[in-house]
Design a protein around this ligand. Structure first.
Ligand SMILES: C[S@@+](CC[C@H](N)C(=O)[O-])C[C@H]1O[C@@H](n2cnc3c(N)ncnc32)[C@H](O)[C@@H]1O
Length: 468
């Protein structure tokens, strides 16, 4: 490590900032967040610093820097952008043995400021040793998305109970186990969800040993993993996945998503595509309950949203009937994901005033749908599981009055790297699907919303034909 990470208490002595422009203002924002008492030396300052001085948040000396300014300071920042002045500030601070940072001049700095994730009192600093600050910022953005906003609250909550836990659990190993369980358990969840009163009560129960059973109680989270692109998972889905002891996942959930689970979590493929019944619904229900009743945290991971053609409702009902703690985490459903990825809106002002999600799944050869209402105009139909019955669906809609020339778009493997979009007209839906050899999970969009995509494809086709 070229730079040693350390966290400074800036509240006791002043921090000196030389410079009054935007760079200085940026540093001052950071310093003030950390409870510093900044002193600014600059002949002129911008509006933000002037306002902070006026409000008494910092002291401003309206003059040029003098080496004596560093006396009594805890750290020094030079942000004038003037090479000579910045060098003089650096020399004076280094001669006095004070940590100094010169903005954008690592060679004149004895410390650098990291990219910061602030969940006070929990703070994470990321440094690339001044080599790649943008990389550090990107990492920060990724970590920000992984860390619940209430993490600081959780740290403070735990801090308030440290003494009580130490008094109750003398053994160090036992105490560590207690905290490990606490941070991964339901009491911490309560704090993160903002229920501090409930959390306090549960925590007292835990400490006093009265709620040992609760600590060991399992739970199930029925989690929507989105349509395929892992970036479309919600923060909550990711968290539940990382906390899980057991993950039961469907065919539509790719390995890049399942891999977010802890390495030691048990992963069970339960299949359940049309032709691949790795496990029946009854067996899946029983397995979820078995693990939860054994005290494990189960994640039932499903493609898209669990409550849209996902049988999430049945699973919820099954678990609730058995008194098992269960939570549903929504996901981006295939219609929303595919539409966005293909650039096809689902509603369109004046043209498509409603969107209907329908299943093309058929028990007896034909989906049991109200064709007349589906064929009524000014709406978009998003057909799930509709590849094998597409011909029937198209025929029925046309019979009930929907124009044979209505645009359609089929999105196969939407949001995934192998996504394909095939467009056409309703009357040719089946042949377009067959000609394109659509085999992956595919969503069919029927309606005027697909016209632009269809026309763009037709124009591209004409262009290709003309070129030949
Ligand atoms: C059993 S349903 C599950 C739907 C899921 N619960 C949801 O909200 O998206 C499976 C169907 O969803 C659609 N589907 C799911 N993921 C898809 C994707 N990435 N691209 C296209 N269609 C998808 C297909 O129509 C597939 O046959």
């Amino acid at each position: 490590m070229r730079y040693f990470p350390a966290f400074h208490d800036l509240s006791t002595r002043p921090s000196l900032v030389v410079g009054g422009g935007e760079a200085a203002a940026r540093k001052l924002r950071l310093l003030l967040k950390a409870g510093a008492r900044p002193v600014v030396v600059a002949p002129r300052v911008g509006a933000e610093i002037a306002a902070l001085a006026q409000a008494g948040s910092l002291t401003w000396h309206a003059r040029a820097f003098a080496p004596a300014d560093i006396a009594g300071c805890t750290l020094v920042i030079a942000a004038t952008g003037l090479a000579e002045v910045d060098a003089a500030v650096s020399a004076a601070a280094q001669a006095a043995g004070l940590p100094v940072n010169v903005v954008d001049r690592p060679e004149l700095s004895s410390f650098i400021t990291p990219a910061i994730i602030d969940r006070d009192p929990l703070v994470i600093g990321i440094s690339s040793g001044a080599d790649a600050p943008i990389l550090a910022r990107q990492l920060r953005a990724r970590l920000e998305s992984l860390l619940p906003a209430n993490l600081g609250r959780l740290a403070r909550f735990a801090g308030a109970f440290r003494g009580a836990v130490a008094a109750q659990i003398g053994d160090g190993v036992q105490r560590r186990r207690f905290w490990e369980r606490f941070f991964a358990g339901p009491v911490a969840d309560k704090v993160l969800a903002g229920d501090e009163v409930g959390a306090r009560e549960a925590m007292l129960g835990l400490i006093n040993g009265r709620a040992v059973r609760q600590r060991d109680e399992g739970s199930v989270a029925i989690v929507g993993a989105g349509p395929g692109d892992p970036d479309l998972m919600t923060f909550k889905a990711l968290r539940r996945l990382q906390e899980a002891d057991v993950v039961l996942y469907d065919k539509l959930v790719g390995p890049e998503i399942v891999d977010y689970a802890r390495r030691d979590a048990l992963r069970v493929y339960v299949g359940k595509s049309k032709a691949d019944h790795a496990m029946s619904q009854d067996a899946i229900n029983a397995l979820m309950a078995e693990h939860a009743l054994a005290g494990r945290r189960v994640v039932r991971l499903k493609g898209g949203d669990p409550f849209i053609f996902g049988r999430g409702g049945e699973e919820l009902d099954y678990l609730q009937r058995r008194g098992i703690a269960v939570e549903v985490v929504p996901g981006v459903t295939a219609a929303a994901g595919c539409a966005a990825a293909a650039g096809i809106p689902l509603t369109l002002r004046g043209t498509a005033l409603a969107v209907t999600f329908i299943t093309g799944h058929a028990r007896d050869g034909e989906p049991d749908l109200d064709w007349a209402s589906l064929a009524a105009g000014k709406q978009t139909l998003a057909v799930y599981m509709g590849v094998s019955t597409a011909g029937t669906v198209a025929r029925r809609l046309i019979e009930h009055g929907l124009a044979a020339g209505t645009p359609v778009a089929v999105i196969e493997n939407g949001t995934r790297p192998e996504q394909r979009v095939v467009t056409g007209r309703l009357e040719e839906l089946d042949s377009r699907l067959r000609d394109a050899g659509i085999s992956g999970p595919a969503l069919i969009i029927i309606g005027e919303v697909a016209r632009q995509a269809l026309e763009a494809d037709l124009a591209a086709e004409l262009e290709r034909a003309a070129a030949v």
